[in-house]
Write a protein that binds this ligand. Sequence first.
Ligand code: BES
Ligand code: MN
Ligand code: MN
Length: 462
Amino acid sequence: MENIKSYVQQHKDRFINELIELLKIPSVSADTAYCQDVIDTAEAVKVSLEKAGCDHVEICETAGYPIVYGEKIIDPNLPTVLVYGHYDVQPADPIELWTSPPFEPVIKKTDIHPEGAIFARGACDDKGQMYMHVKAFEYMIQSNTLPCNVKFMIEGEEEVGSVNLKTFVENNVEKLKNDVILISDTGMISNQQPSITTGLRGLSYVEVEVTGPNRDLHSGLYGGAVANPINILAKMIASLHDENNHITIPGFYDNVEELSLEERAEMAKAPFNLDNYKKALDLKDVYGESGYVTNERNSIRPTLDVNGIWGGYTGEGAKTVIASQAFAKISMRLVPNQEWENITELFTKHFMSLAPAGVTVKVKPHHGGQGYVTPIDSIGYKAANMAYTETFGVPAIPVRSGGSIPIVALFEKELKSKTILMGFGLDSDAIHSPNEHFGIFNYLKGIETIPLFYKYFVELSK
Ligand code: BES
Ligand code: MN
Ligand code: MN
């Protein structure tokens, strides 16, 4: 029986080409123009699971995009790993900033990826990382080394809040029963230093609308005499942070989990270089909440950010106008114990109270989700650490991430099992940005590491 390393070496070109085919389908869940492509991608994922060796694969329809479910049950008495991933991707815009078209994948070398990286929307988030699991499974089937049962649940709405997956999970608790959930949809510190994500932030996402006069007005005739919705919106948004960059919404921090100094000292041991961080982003300095360092600001602390703001005239030249309306999309990243529905309510109440009499304000809640933390003494964490240690030569470091996968908290609530976040992406892979890519090294290393997780998880479960 050949081992995983040589299997990967032997089949790597095919592994890369199969992923490239998947990346060519523009499965943008946020934009209905790509509706058929999203559906086609579900079908392609289904076929890949069948070919890899699942006994039973189905497309589960939902009120939105389908969920692909596949399984291989070898013995009901053995543990079951549930693999979750998503086949939908973020919109590619701004398209003009891509150095090659987002849905025509190409391999290019970068400083961080001297062996080359696949450039395409979804390369890292999450098609590439999801597909590592399909290929690792293929290996275990081909080499007859699958040590337990496996279930795959690959959804198509992660990038738009997993609203229908929630219902699917609630209605299929028995079908999805498992001993551990395994996800590769996060990152690691570097190609030399693996890490395991032990925390995800929650999210509350809202859209706000400020309305002033009933029509756009001449800014000379009316300027100074009526409230300008854009000016007012800017002022309201600015007031949401104080001079220390604390969020000013009353009650916002009430349930925030404060880490002990020991825990913060432990976090500070993870390798991090502030100069390189600034250099990578072309920044003179970082910015954030006083009293916390960068790696705390972006993981254990909650935030509030405007994601988009619009209104008035933005075309060529100058138009003298006071717009009737102004809009913004605002997200709040939350930490464990903050309830996202509660935060949405606190935001709404406070934001409405900021409005002067000359405007009306509406707040429309979008999606949200709870944060997540997982202990490092579970069997799953230990198995993951053993797997990384074997393939990278050094143990993994536990790291809390700033990103969100809202469904993870729901998994724990409904399915009563822990999630292990074995990510292989790098922060520099530009997920959600132009020129997203995924290192060939990372892709193949993932395929190599995953079967070891299964092996150690089953050994430790005995
Ligand atoms: N895979 C990301 C989340 C992520 C990336 C977590 C890197 C940790 C490290 C996921 O696809 C994502 O983008 N999630 C969204 C939330 C969702 C509700 C749109 C996010 O974090 O903005
Ligand atoms: Mn993702
Ligand atoms: Mn994403």
